[in-house]
Write a new protein. Sequence first.
Length: 236
Amino acid sequence: MRRYTAVAALIACSALLPVTGCARNADQTVVTAPIRSAPRAVPDEKNCPTADDLQEDPEPTSEDATPANDPVAEELSNDSVDEAPSNDPIAEALSEAVGAQGRDAFADVYGSHMTDYPPGRVALCVTDLARGRQLAAAAKQADPGIDLSRLDLYRCSYAERTLVAALDKINTADDQGRLLGFPLYSSWLPPDASGVVVNTTAQGAASQALRDRLAALTGGIPVTVVHDTSAIPIPA
């Protein structure tokens, strides 16, 4: 299953509260994947994948980096069309390593990261690509076994910690889960680190006053106000 990682992915109202990859062909001959040691920066116009993007297969951004040229990712992808290779140890190790650096020394630029976007690869969203490359290098130094050739760098608008701070301001301002009289059911960070999302009633989602108040609280960080019944917590 394709996954993205971000702190406070969902906050309920109560809180509002080198390894060498191998694959086998039909003759069971071991095919060794080329070892590369640098992340791949997608074109500048490629921004961090949105929630909608994650529901679709990403288009290849360069011919030499498509999964078809990666024997490990190709076999994993072909083995199951419906299931992404979330058990791919190479991608998993890479994901853990960049996540650890992103929430530590590089928290100023780390937005989010997705495992298996596309299958067998890791997408890392950062506010600055140069710092993103430094993050990747630090992850490699901390865990020399990771394969940075599986890492794709994307641009995002905000660092995760900036967005978490914005959520905290909203949480502090609400009155027992309500703001301007509207219940705040839940809030979360979108995978592309473009702002924050707040879930409320249909009336709240239509209220310009609520939108203005949320924008003031976050200091202009975009707030998407939605009425999503699937994200409303069930009362205890």
